[in-house]
Design a protein around this ligand. Structure first.
Ligand SMILES: Cc1cc2nc3c(=O)[nH]c(=O)nc-3n(C[C@H](O)[C@H](O)[C@H](O)COP(=O)(O)OP(=O)(O)OC[C@H]3O[C@@H](n4cnc5c(N)ncnc54)[C@H](O)[C@@H]3O)c2cc1C
Length: 486
């Protein structure tokens, strides 16, 4: 099949029997439920977007396979990384970086995994590695959408993650069948959970060496019996909401969900690792970071550049651009965007082979970016609120602007500087409000804070990685140099 269209994506979700809960309702067909209508249009639009920009987003398949999305490419050298950068940037522009978990995120992850078979086949896991490579081919060929759930629910943070009350919640193997394994437990948080074809589990942080029953990596269709997708409240606007009024909420709620595994049978061919905590703890240690951070940092760059443009226009439309305190804030947003782009460029420039011919970015710039973005993104939102202030709420809707009785008043009192009319001014501040202040805007800020673990945790990880390469050099050099001179 290869790269799908929006219609093909929707057809794939229809009537597959998946168990999705929204509030107290079991949703029978996510593609036809009124709450999800906007999101479904948004997701279908994403699949169509790759065809609209096929020269950047679609590449020939391997070994005669159908043409496929660029995010499935296993990078083998600098040209591949450059090509992938162009495609990923184009994909990110579809949602101006507000969509964190479009399918390219996990496609890139699995392309990276499949590109490093030696890591996966270590310690006698040859079968798991073969399954993984076959799975990656399958998702590329069928252009499937994946969600993933990495975090075990913690009932009581005073108790060790896999002990006592917290042990009961972890997804663990409870039985083996002739054809596979049976798993039970729960995971959070699967963004895109109800809208994905596949649900993948892989490591996010180390597990104890004796926790072999939770050392599991696999992927199953979301429709597998026993998988319960329990959605948070939907923050998307009604289907008939005009994107003028709510540009993001009308299309781009990715819908996070909590996932329960109620004795779910995972077929053997979909098990990539089973029961080896040491291997489990090592598969994402080398290469994963340099690979996936290219995708997500490009998305962050697109979002920050969009935010800069948005802020500049808000300042222009209100005539505030010349005020020093506003200019300072605009420069601050530009700086975050430019530093993010520069980090991506540096990571790509120092890319290297990570084994098996897989070519990924240098990790160091990304180690610095990973804890920083969760701080910069909320700060940018604060700047948008500060520059926007009350204007964020003085925003007549499309219906109000179209009303013949109202419009003259709106043009008279709510137009902008330099001849900007009330409609443009309103649309601009509505866009800004949906970016930061709507329910979806609030959720997206939380996403930026946590989707790659908290800043506290990733600063500590950055420090630990820096310590691995560190030499005790500069201080002794200074002392020696001072001592020499007397
Ligand atoms: C909108 C959204 C969407 C998400 N989507 C997905 C998804 O699709 N798939 C998925 O698997 N996960 C997803 N996640 C979950 C995400 O992976 C986790 O929220 C993230 O890993 C943080 O997990 P944690 O609670 O263990 O964080 P932690 O890093 O443990 O942080 C929890 C709290 O502890 C504090 N803390 C942690 N370490 C320290 C320290 N050393 N010193 C001081 N304070 C510290 C943090 O500041 C924070 O307040 C999503 C999360 C959000 C918010």
């Amino acid at each position: 099949m290869g790269a799908r269209t929006g219609a093909e994506y929707l057809a794939g979700l229809r009537g597959d029997g998946r168990e999705v809960w929204l509030g107290g309702e079991r949703v029978r067909d996510v593609t036809r439920h009124p709450a999800f209508a906007g999101s479904m249009r948004g997701m279908a639009g994403f699949y169509d977007w790759q065809h609209r920009h096929a020269d950047e987003c679609i590449v020939p398949g391997r070994d005669g396979a159908s043409a496929t999305g660029i995010s499935h490419l296993v990078p083998r050298g600098p040209d591949d990384l450059r090509r992938r950068h162009r495609g990923l940037e184009r994909l990110a522009r579809y949602g101006v970086g507000m969509l964190g978990r479009t399918p390219d995120y996990l496609n890139v992850t699995f392309a990276g995994f499949a590109g490093q078979p030696t890591i996966w086949s270590a310690r006698g896991n040859g079968r798991g590695a073969e399954n993984l490579i076959a799975f990656q081919r399958e998702i590329a060929e069928k252009d499937l959408a994946l969600t993933h759930t990495l975090i075990h629910p913690v009932v009581d943070a005073r108790v060790e993650p896999f002990a006592g009350v917290n042990r009961e919640t972890a997804v663990r193997k409870v039985a083996e069948t002739g054809g596979g394994i049976v798993v039970r437990g729960a995971r959070l948080l699967g963004t895109l959970g109800p809208f994905a074809d596949e649900l993948a589990l892989y490591p996010s942080r180390p597990i104890p060496e004796d926790a072999s029953d939770v050392a599991l990596i696999f992927s199953i269709p979301v429709s597998t019996p026993g998988v319960r997708i329990i959605c948070r409240d939907h923050y998307g606007a009604d289907a008939d909401t005009d994107p003028f009024d709510k540009p993001f909420s009308s299309r781009f709620d990715e819908q996070d969900a909590f996932v329960v595994f109620d004795d779910v049978e995972v077929p053997g061919r979909r098990v990539f690792l089973d029961g080896d905590p040491r291997l489990y703890n090592s598969v994402t240690a080398w290469g994963w970071h340099g690979n996936i951070m290219q995708q997500t940092s490009i998305r962050a760059t697109v979002k920050l550049e969009f935010a800069y443009e948005l802020c500049c226009r808000m300042a222009e439309v209100t005539g505030q651009g010349g005020r020093p305190e506003v200019a300072k804030m605009l420069g601050e947003v530009w700086t975050y965007a430019e530093l993010t782009r520069a980090a991506v460029r540096a990571a790509e420039a120092d890319a290297r082979e990570y084994g098996d011919g897989a070519w990924f970015c240098d990790e160091a710039p990304f180690r610095a970016l990973r804890p920083t973005l969760p701080v910069w993104m909320p700060r940018v939102n604060e700047i948008i609120r500060t520059i926007g202030s009350h204007n964020l709420l003085a925003t007549p809707s499309k219906a109000g602007l179209d009303h013949p009785e109202l419009r003259p008043w709106l043009d008279r009192y709510l137009s902008g500087a330099d001849g900007v009319d009330a409609a443009e001014r309103s649309r601009l501040f509505r866009t800004a409000w949906d970016f930061v202040g709507s329910a979806l805007g609030g959720r997206t800020e939380l996403y930026e804070r946590y989707y790659l673990a908290s800043a506290a945790r990733t600063y500590a990880l950055a420090h630990a990685a820096a310590q691995r390469d560190r030499e005790w050099r500069q201080v002794p050099e200074l002392w020696a140099h001072l001592d020499e001179r007397g």
